[in-house]
Design a protein around this ligand. Structure first.
Ligand SMILES: [Zn+2]
Length: 194
């Protein structure tokens, strides 16, 4: 299945989600120390131990005001939450007849709404600025990117999260089988296609 998938989308190309003089150059992406895909995350209050389902991408410059975050491909926004450090955007992409979903989290300054069509040329959000990091904690000085193989789970929006229509599989990957069922390693996925 995976091989077939790669054959189908081998002709597409993606752009890195961060600002760079060359958004086709994967070496522009630096991960945080514990930001690798699949890394085992210990239990913490309210969160069971789980595999890290994405990568944590470091801010590419010293811009602590408005460092932009871009979608990696054309797509349509299907879910948004704008609350504090867990602000999140989920985008559905059709890539040569195959669908994948990307998620951008620990972001701020969200510029899109559900049903918006996006392109990799236009920022959808930014890294947290200095004030936000002082408020929420400097452990959020990165953004978290996921690439899903499976459609995220539909959930009912609430008054607090009126545009949150989908939930990713971020906290339910307890084995490497779970991880591979739902996710691509975003770095491999980008390497293959940028
Ligand atoms: Zn992360």
């Amino acid at each position: 299945m995976t091989n077939l998938f790669l054959v189908f989308i081998s002709s597409i190309y993606l752009l890195l989600p961060i600002n760079s003089s060359n958004r086709n150059d994967i070496s522009s992406i630096q991960l945080t120390k514990i930001g690798n895909f699949g890394e085992w995350r210990k239990e913490r209050p309210g969160v069971p131990a789980h595999h890290h389902t994405g990568i944590d991408i470091m801010r590419p410059t010293k811009n602590y005001e408005n460092e932009p975050i871009f979608p990696i491909a054309n797509g349509k926004v299907i879910s948004v939450r704008t609350d504090g450090p867990y602000a999140q955007i989920i985008i559905e992409h059709w890539l040569n007849g195959i669908t994948v979903w990307t998620l951008y989290e620990h972001i701020a300054g969200v510029r899109v709404s559900v049903n918006d069509n996006v392109t990799p040329q236009k920022p959808i959000a930014r890294f947290m600025n200095r004030n936000e990091l002082d408020k929420y904690g400097w452990q959020f000085d990165h953004f978290h990117l996921e690439v899903m193989k499976v459609k995220p789970q539909q959930i009912k929006p609430t008054l607090k999260h009126p545009e949150r229509f989908f939930n990713a599989y971020s906290l339910v990957c307890f084995t490497s089988n779970d991880l591979n069922r739902y996710y691509f390693d975003p770095l491999d996925f980008l390497k293959e296609h940028v």
